[in-house]
Design a protein around this ligand. Structure first.
Ligand SMILES: Nc1ncnc2c1ncn2[C@@H]1O[C@H](COP(=O)(O)OP(=O)(O)OP(=O)(O)O)[C@@H](O)[C@H]1O
Ligand SMILES: [Mg+2]
Length: 243
């Protein structure tokens, strides 16, 4: 692999008797959009958790970022070193505006204060193409898509080299998913590597350069998206796993 930015080897996470992620190994190249798919409960979010240390590291195995081991490091140290994530559940501060939310993120995630935090907030607002005229209203009044933009902006506030997005398309309409598609491409073109967990396969297949499919905590398939979706085992896992 040319210039890996992330290398995960034999990552494992157990919860009592349950192995949620079982000896998973893969690498992500610098500058790539790397997609992660898999049925519900296949271990996708757990994989992000153990990689970022939020809220836990792996039970076993190694995670390297820029060649250095990060498993076992405190979550804030991992984030500040340039590996930032969003969460599957939207968790906005309903009374705060987008600008205020991002200023807080800039203080906590980026170590910035006052004018510097405001400057950062404006920079990421622009990067995610958030409507400036809506940046000062309470977040509770924002649309679902605007909340997603805000979530991605928060992940970008500390100028990370990698962002990890956990199902950002959930709850979006088809036209909004197309906007998100274009946004992810733009963010990636600005030099940011993206790891993307997504159930919306049209989005995942459109933006990902490579795809990893998990099933019951293990890697079921990995490779070029077009090849992975043709893999009969992948179709079987999805159809078998559907509610
Ligand atoms: N904190 C926890 N304690 C116990 N079991 C957990 C915990 N977190 C996750 N699990 C279990 O680990 C497995 C993987 O869960 P995970 O949330 O990683 O799946 P997922 O692929 O993200 O699913 P989804 O697509 O529904 O978001 C599931 O069986 C889940 O119930
Ligand atoms: Mg999940």
């Amino acid at each position: 692999m040319s210039d890996p930015i992330i290398e995960v080897s034999n990552a494992t996470k157990t919860f009592g008797g349950l192995t949620a992620v079982n000896r998973v190994s893969f690498s992500v190249s610098r500058g790539e959009i790397f997609g992660i798919a898999g049925p519900n409960g296949s271990g996708k979010s757990t994989l992000f958790n153990l990689m970022t240390g939020i809220p836990y590291g792996p039970t076993d195995g190694e995670v390297r970022f820029n060649g250095e081991r990060i498993d076992g490091r405190p979550p804030h140290a991992i984030a500040r070193s340039g590996l930032c994530r969003t969460f599957q559940k939207d968790a906005e501060f309903p009374d705060l505006s987008a600008i205020e939310t991002l200023q807080i993120s800039a203080v906590y995630n980026g170590g910035r204060h006052g004018g510097q935090a405001l400057e950062k907030a404006h920079r990421v607002i622009e990067l995610v193409q958030f409507d400036q005229s809506r940046a000062r209203m309470p977040s509770s009044e924002l649309s679902v898509y605007e909340k997603k933009q805000l979530m991605i902006a928060s992940a970008l506030i500390s100028e990370p080299s990698v962002i990890m997005l956990d199902e950002p398309a959930s709850g979006l309409t088809k036209p909004e998913i197309e906007r998100l598609d274009a946004l992810l491409i733009d963010v990636n073109k600005s030099g940011i590597t993206i790891l993307l967990i997504e159930h919306v396969l049209s989005l995942l297949l459109s933006v990902s350069q490579r795809l990893l499919v998990l099933n019951q905590g293990e890697i079921l398939a990995e490779g070029l998206p077009a090849d992975v979706v043709r893999n009969p085992a992948v179709a079987e896992a999805y159809l078998g796993g559907r509610d």
